[in-house]
Design a protein around this ligand. Structure first.
Ligand code: ADP
Length: 407
């Protein structure tokens, strides 16, 4: 089955066309600057041919249409007709408490997503726009929504309820939801496969360290706690997001600096984290370069970043009782031996021992074990593939629907 996955942001669409029978990527790419001057579409074909073109793309409908038109271009030979696309899988950031797994998208689902907008005002509106755009361009193709929050719906109430008046949970659904669920799910399964252990008899700590970053405690295959909370702002230090801070700081800064709500929101989401501490960049590659040149704020950034990871690992050890596997994934997790080493430094008492040489070698999209042979806890690097989860879930749901229709 050929599944098109779409991950829509306010001015971007990332896409992949996947053949789910073979788990092969047929093509992928992105559209950027939708609705702006200089909008562009990029496509990378299976044999690595890359095309980037500027086009006038005023909205998501035009963006999805442009992606499909790119795919039927005779010189690229990706597909010969739109009808070859069997289904579309949409990444949806927030499923609220309603969606505990992926669902076939119908009017009722769209209605619930719209009702949930206040839970993810930045993310869900473009996701909904993406769904509506795909429905406009491919009206007869079944679509499935795959939620970042779904994997975490197994958390117990004491992990997801905040110690603020319980009424606020009832009234405004304020609770921990957790994000990056498809990634934590995928890498936990892949890690168990790689290490030959059954996911349902195994405990893991999975570290998704990208621009956004989160860590999840997984007990016998199920998420029991995760560092992101009501929004993707809580938890680890991220590219531009602060992660855990004393909430009183926000009130204090707003008062002292006379900040409006949106300014405080920008400060915490766009100007904090790695960028905020270093004052230079939100990209860990730049910070590592500065660190190697002896820059003190780069040293401090890396120390805070890895110290926070270590604290979460310690906390999740306590939550899980025992840990079999620690997984590193996403941009930083897959590519930075330095961050991995510093995050796990001096943790021999926890049974964690890194193998320096193995750690140095696993970069650039490779997977592999980086712990030493005598480490009780196995540490592995697993490249994440959220689109594959979206495509496989979509195919499963659409096939099931097909069987029901035949009966
Ligand atoms: P996103 O959350 O945007 O999907 P990614 O998982 O692609 O992010 O991660 C992007 C981040 O990965 C970059 O901001 C960069 O900090 C980091 N990164 C990528 N390559 C390296 C590298 N070789 N060393 C350190 N960090 C890296």
């Amino acid at each position: 089955m050929k599944v098109l996955t779409l991950n829509c942001g306010s001015s971007t669409v990332k896409y992949k066309l996947i053949e789910t029978d073979t788990e092969e990527n047929i093509a992928y790419g992105k559209v950027e600057r939708i609705g702006m001057i200089g909008a562009s579409i990029e496509i990378v074909t299976q044999n690595g041919k890359k095309i980037v073109e500027e086009q006038e793309l005023l909205d998501h409908v035009m963006a999805v249409d442009a992606i499909l038109k790119m795919m039927i271009r005779p010189d690229l030979k990706i597909i010969s007709d739109f009808s070859e696309i069997d289904a579309v899988g949409h990444r949806v950031v927030h499923g609220g408490e309603t969606f505990t797994g992926s669902v076939l998208i119908n009017d009722e689902v769209i209605k619930i997503l719209k009702e949930n907008i206040q839970l993810a005002p930045l993310h869900n509106p473009p996701n909904i726009q993406g769904i509506e755009a795909a429905k406009a361009v491919l009206p007869d193709v079944p679509m499935v929504g795959v939620f970042d929050t779904a994997f975490h719906t197994t958390m117990p109430d004491y992990a997801y309820i905040y110690p603020i008046p319980y009424q606020l949970y009832r009234k405004h659904a304020i609770r921990r939801y957790g994000f990056h669920g498809t990634s934590h799910y995928f890498v936990s399964r892949k890690a168990c496969e790689k290490l030959n252990c059954k996911v349902h008899s195994c405990n893991l700590i999975t570290l998704h360290l990208g621009n956004g970053a989160s860590v999840t405690a997984i007990k016998r295959g199920k998420s029991v706690d995760t560092s992101m909370g009501f929004t993707p702002l809580e938890g680890l230090v991220m590219g531009t997001r602060c992660g855990d801070i004393d909430p009183a700081i926000i009130l204090h800064i707003m008062q002292q600096e006379k900040l409006a709500l949106y300014e405080a929101n920008n400060l915490l989401n766009k100007f904090s984290g790695i960028l905020g501490i270093s004052g230079k960049s939100n990209d860990m590659r730049d910070i590592e370069e500065l660190y190697n040149q002896g820059d003190n704020l780069a040293r401090l950034t890396i120390d805070i970043y890895t110290y926070r990871i270590k604290k979460y690992i310690g906390a999740y050890f306590a939550v899980l009782g025992h840990v079999d596997i620690i997984v590193f994934t996403a941009g930083v997790g897959e590519n930075s031996p330095l961050i991995r080493e510093k995050s796990l430094e001096d943790m021999d008492t926890f049974g964690i021992k890194l193998d320096h040489d193995r750690n140095e070698k696993i970069v650039g999209g490779k997977d592999g074990v980086i712990s030493s042979d005598d480490s009780k806890v196995k540490v592995v690097v697993i490249p994440t593939n959220e689109e594959l989860v979206i495509a496989m879930d979509t195919a499963k749901i659409v096939k099931k629907m097909g069987k029901k229709l035949k009966k």
